[in-house]
Structure formats: C-alpha cells, structure tokens
Write a protein that binds this ligand. Structure first.
Ligand SMILES: Cc1cc2nc3c(=O)[nH]c(=O)nc-3n(C[C@H](O)[C@H](O)[C@H](O)COP(=O)(O)OP(=O)(O)OC[C@H]3O[C@@H](n4cnc5c(N)ncnc54)[C@H](O)[C@@H]3O)c2cc1C
Length: 299
C-alpha cells in the first residue's frame, strides 16, 4: 500500500480508495474495496501489476456471480465491468474478445456476423472474464465449447497465451491457477446456415423473462445442480419459495434465486444459503454446493 501514490502517477486508468462495491455486483450489496482499479487497457493493467508487489488482488467482472461480504475486500479489486471491451473479427469465423466485454454484447456481435454458437450468452449478465472462470452456460451451450486459446495475465504482469487443452473444464468450474486472470479469448465459430441467430436470442430472452426474476437483484442460480437433480426443484419441494432472512428472500418465481431487498446485508444472504443447505440435507440427504463465489471479509 505504501507505493500507491507513486503508482497512481504512472497509470492511466482510475485508481480509487475505499470504494463501495454495492454498485459493482448484481445483488447490490456488500462492503468496500480498500483499493479499486479500472485499467484503461491491457497495457495499463500490465503496468499496474508490474508496479505493485505487495497487494492482494481480486478480479471482478460484472459481479453477477459473487457475494461481496459486508466487511469488504482488503487489497485491490481490479474491475473490468467498464473496460477491456475491444474485439476483433478475423477471417474464417475467428473472433477475439477482451475479458471486459459483456456476454450479451458477444452474443449480439457474433449473431450479427451470422456466426452461430454463442447465442446462449445473451441472457447471462456477466463479463467474458467471469464467464470463463465459471464456465458459464445455458440452453445446452457453454462458453468454453468454441474457444481455441485464451490470454492470461498473472499477478506480476506476465502475459501468456494458453491453449484450451491446458484447462480442466467442468460444470461451472475451470482450473485457472491462483493469481492468474483472463484478459481475452479467441473463439472459432461456424457460419449459421439457417441465419436464425437473432431469433434464437429473442427466444432465449423471452424464456428467461418467463422463468426467472430477471428485473430483481440476484446472482442467478445460487446453487449448482447436484447429479440427477435440479437445485430449484429440491428447494421448491420443501415449500421454501418466499422464505426470508433479513432482506434476503427465496424468489417466488425460481427457487434457486435469492433476491436482495433494500438494505439487505450480505450476511442475511449467507445465513439464508446456510439455512437452505441444512434443510435440503436434512430432508433429502443431498448437499447443495454453491455456484456463487464468496469474496471479502465478514463484518
Ligand atoms: C439474472 C442472472 C442470470 C444468470 N444466468 C446464468 C446462466 O444462465 N448461466 C450461467 O452460467 N450463469 C448465469 N448467471 C451467473 C453469472 O452471470 C455468470 O456466472 C457470469 O459468467 C459471471 O460473470 P461476471 O463477470 O459477473 O463474474 P463476477 O461475478 O464478476 O466474478 C465471478 C468470479 O470470477 C472471478 N473473475 C471475474 N473476472 C475475472 C477475470 N477476468 N479473470 C479471472 N477471474 C475473474 C471473480 O473473482 C469471481 O471469483 C446469472 C446471473 C444472474 C444475475
């Protein structure tokens, strides 16, 4: 932390102290980041990482799959929500997208070019970087399916290109090394012979609006689906829709969604998650693993 003033003079992006993270996650809750950096571009990000040497680093995309705890985050949050949004369309269906681009934008860009394979991304409110970490997916697709390579930066600012084969890609999980972060990905897509990508996007969005509480603050599915079961059905079968702890409430529309009402504490959500896990285990003998990532410290 002692070199922050020196670093500030050498970078181009915005570096701020004690920033509320409520505006940077889709539950709109949680404490502050001790330091909060939004790099101007990849060079700026690299420069920042080269200059710092003692900071704890936490990457954040659109904050749509994290529970930011009430005590906030020590060290520096590097947030790509408003940056790293460049992309290139190469020949033969090759696309390069930077990690800060939203999933929605990527779905639209590729669909407009009449390439298929990423339409499913349209309703996922995350960034590409977050989607890569989570192996985000829905409607039968997942983000890693059409990837050839990814570019990674480490905590010391070293950039490397990695082949998809180097990763173990599982259900909502990818084995990226500690202190390594995604900065871009190359996709290879097929031409859409049916030219129906925009229609698919419309259908997917309508389906979501019908089944999910899309306008309310949530993180999407809180729990992973266990083998041969749906987390939402298990929770619903225990009549828990509408159950509340503090301002945290199990959605009436989709039992795997927790909605945060005004003034909800992250701790309310954590207690509700714990309650659901215990109840489902007691009644069904199944442990629901969380999909959402917990970051920061308790108050
Ligand atoms: C309404 C709603 C619907 C959703 N529907 C779906 C769905 O259908 N399918 C699905 O899979 N998910 C869904 N999600 C969950 C979420 O949108 C995805 O997991 C998304 O990919 C997370 O991206 P993000 O940028 O918001 O990641 P964040 O929440 O910002 O971060 C997630 C994790 O990735 C890390 N991280 C973020 N960026 C980087 C980076 N560049 N490099 C390294 N680590 C990084 C963070 O530290 C954190 O651990 C939904 C969420 C909501 C709110």
């Amino acid at each position: 932390m002692k070199n922050i003033e020196k670093i500030e003079k050498k970078i181009k992006g915005k570096l701020r102290k004690n920033v509320s993270l409520k505006g940077y996650n889709t539950w709109k809750i949680g404490g502050n980041a001790e330091l909060f950096f939004e790099p101007l571009d990849v060079n700026d990000l690299q420069n920042f990482l080269l200059l710092q040497n003692d900071l704890d680093i936490t990457f954040l995309g659109n904050g749509s799959n994290v529970l930011v705890r009430d005590g906030g985050i020590k060290g520096c949050v590097i947030c790509l929500k408003n940056t790293l949004k460049n992309y290139k369309i190469l020949k033969n269906g090759e696309f390069i997208f930077e990690a800060g681009l939203s999933c929605m934008k990527i779905a639209q860009i590729t669909a407009k070019e009449n390439f298929t394979g990423l339409e499913f991304l349209c309703g996922i409110p995350g960034s590409l970087g977050g989607a890569l970490v989570m192996n985000a997916g829905c409607y039968g697709g997942n983000i890693w399916e059409n990837i050839s390579t990814v570019n990674i930066i480490d905590k010391n600012g070293n950039i490397s290109c990695r082949n998809k084969k180097e990763f173990d890609i599982g259900y909502r999980n990818v084995n990226i090394k500690e202190n390594n972060y995604f900065i871009s990905a190359n996709f290879i897509l097929q031409k859409n012979k049916l030219s129906n990508s925009m229609e698919k996007i419309k259908e997917y969005l309508e389906d979501r609006r019908a089944k999910q509480p899309t306008g309310l603050p949530s993180c999407g599915s809180v729990f992973k689906n266990p083998d041969n079961a749906h987390a939402a059905n298990l929770i619903d079968s225990l009549d828990l829709k509408g159950y509340k702890i503090g301002g945290a409430c199990i959605s009436e529309k989709h039992a795997n969604f927790i909605i945060s009402e005004k003034n909800t504490q992250s701790d309310d959500i954590e207690k509700l998650i714990d309650f659901i896990q215990k109840k489902v285990y007691q009644e069904k003998n199944i442990f629901l693993e969380t999909e959402v990532k917990f970051i920061g410290n308790k108050k």
